[in-house]
Design a protein around this ligand. Structure first.
Ligand code: PRT
Ligand code: ZN
Length: 298
């Protein structure tokens, strides 16, 4: 492997795989994957992608095998706490928050079991795959309970008599519902993040980390952004500017043959809904056009 190529660890097959690859492609990366599918070679950037299990991503950065990693905050924080428990310092830095992989680590009790705040956890057996995050939560509340560490299928632990309640990841809540469990408290909110090694990288590599992060910022910004164009009487300008969602300074262009009307162009950093268009029309706007934004560089 070329020492001057960045190495980024990404989940091989799971919930983060598609959105991770999608954001990299939107950053312009062209990846060719070898036969083993374990590594992707960046054809147009000095960047290679290693496809691994998500749990291994913090370790790969910790051990300097990879310079960058894309992983859930839940996995990252669990690892950080585990290292701390062993008296080791984490050697990864979180450098970006990504807008996917949203979920929460929550406590859930079987239906019909009462729960009156965290004191109800005292002396209970709690099944989880996140023992360190759960332990921190319990310590902060000065609660002693038994943590039953499992490697999967946490949601069936109460039915099997292995635990009284569980602490697991939830997104829609349908898995809890299907297992007759009721979410009672959030231990942690999570989303995907990008981590990097704290080591000083050669300038060539560092420059590419910067470029990639700038592109990621651009990609994340444009996702919801829209370019809006409309005509309006000058007198309606203050009201229209107020109605434009998340736009800083619109461009105002005179309209040929009209002294009273102008054209307004603006980038809205939020989605533009029908309701907004209707309000703009009511305020005097006409010829409204909303376009998606493909790329943005501040
Ligand atoms: O094989 P590998 O170890 O790489 O994958 P994995 O099975 O450990 O992880 P994976 O792919 O399930 O999840 C990867 C990351 O996605 C997690 O670490 C979280 O950061 C994030 N994420 C986001 C989730 C969920 N949403 C989620 N819903 N991870 C797991 N779940 C589980 C949840 O616990 C439940 O069992 O998915 C199931 C469906 O959730 P509901 O609430 O929508 O029913
Ligand atoms: Zn995993």
């Amino acid at each position: 492997m070329d020492e001057l190529r960045l190495k980024l660890a990404v989940q091989k097959s799971g919930r983060l795989t598609d959105p991770s690859l999608d954001i990299l492609f939107r950053c312009g990366l062209k990846l060719s994957r070898g036969k083993d599918q374990l590594m992707g070679y960046g054809e147009n950037m000095p960047l290679d992608v290693l496809f691994v299990r998500d749990d291994d991503i913090p370790d790969l950065v910790q051990e300097d095998v990879c310079d960058l990693g894309l992983v859930g905050l839940n996995v990252l924080e669990e690892k950080r706490l585990e290292l701390r428990e062993r008296g080791q310092a984490a050697r990864f830095q979180q450098i970006r928050t990504l807008d996917f992989g949203r979920c929460r680590l929550s406590l859930a009790v079987p239906e019909g079991v009462s729960f009156e705040g965290s004191s109800s956890l005292r002396g209970k057996r709690i099944a989880t795959t996140y023992p360190f995050l759960l332990q921190r939560y319990l310590r902060e509340r000065d609660i002693s309970a038994d943590i039953v560490t499992l490697s999967g299928a946490v949601e069936i632990a109460p039915r099997l008599g292995r635990a009284d309640l569980i602490c697991d990841l939830v997104s829609t809540g349908s898995t809890l519902q299907a297992n007759h469990l009721r979410e009672v408290e959030t231990v942690m909110e999570s989303h995907a993040v990008i981590i990097r090694t704290p080591l000083t990288l050669p300038p060539e590599k560092d420059e590419w980390v910067e470029r990639l992060m700038m592109r990621i910022d651009g990609v994340q910004q444009v996702k919801e952004s829209k370019y809006i164009m409309l005509h309006a009487p000058r007198s309606a300008l203050p009201e229209i500017r107020r109605l434009l969602p998340g736009s800083e300074s619109p461009t105002i262009i005179p309209l040929e043959g009209s002294t009273e009307k102008v054209a307004i162009h603006a980038v809205c950093r939020e989605n533009v809904f029908w309701e907004t268009l209707e309000s703009l029309k009511k305020a005097g706007a006409s010829a409204l056009l909303v376009l998606p934004v493909e790329k943005m560089l501040a």
